[in-house]
Design a protein. Structure first.
Length: 224
């Protein structure tokens, strides 16, 4: 199976060039042009990340800090910064290497290969998604907001999983009940309102962001 590389940089020309180069080397390449896209693409469970520091919105340092506790793959910074203090900051954020622009693409390719060969971290199969300050690990059934673990019941997590994996889609109470309770269901869809209320209260204790929106007269929608 080909290795997966995530390339995040706001220079589209550079991203396109690197994508073509690594695809010719039989890598599976994912791309992002800003920090928010990089966080979303991190859900692909990459084997290595090439990450620019100076991206609009969420910068590369912040992206690295947000994902490092959840993703063990090598992270290589691509940047024009050359000060020692910047390098120290990058390594402190969790980077594995620091590649200064402009660089020789074949040397970059060699470094990528070396990092992948030397990778001795235990890679567990996790399905992760990042929403604002929230991280959901679907394989471990865990949720954290800003580093704070959020304890949800089995049904509460199942509702959160359904909505977050289908962000933007509206689900009415009956459909949520049918999907989450399935053959176990012997009650009423009115219970969904109470479960949503409890989930919101737990999220609100750690964040002001409204992750679950009410679409009046229709149902509920995930707002990541």
């Amino acid at each position: 199976m080909s290795k997966k590389i995530l390339i995040a940089d706001d220079e589209k020309g550079l991203v396109d060039m690197l994508k073509s180069y690594f695809e010719l080397q039989s890598y599976q390449v994912y791309t992002a042009y800003n920090g928010e896209e990089a966080l979303k693409q991190a859900a692909c469970s990459p084997d290595l990340i090439l990450l620019d520091i100076n991206m609009p919105g969420i910068d590369g340092m912040t992206v690295c800090e947000k994902i490092r506790d959840y993703i063990a793959c090598p992270i290589l910074f691509l940047t024009a910064r050359i000060e020692t203090s910047d390098k120290i900051q990058g390594f402190t954020a969790g980077a594995d290497d620091y590649i200064v622009k402009p660089f020789d693409i074949d040397e970059l390719g060699a470094r990528v290969s070396a990092h992948l060969r030397r990778q001795n971290r235990t890679k567990e199969s996790s399905v992760l998604r990042f929403f604002s300050d929230m991280v959901i690990d679907y394989s471990r059934h865990t949720i954290s907001i800003g580093g704070t673990d959020i304890a949800l019941s089995r049904k509460e997590f199942a509702i959160t999983e359904l909505l977050s994996l289908n962000a933007g889609q509206v689900f009415d109470r009956e459909r949520i009940y049918d999907i989450v309770w399935g053959l176990e269901g012997d009650g009423s869809s009115d219970t969904i309102m109470e479960h949503i209320r409890k989930i919101r209260n737990k999220f609100a204790a750690a964040s002001s962001h409204n992750y679950i929106e009410t679409v009046w007269g229709v149902g509920y929608r995930w707002n990541g």
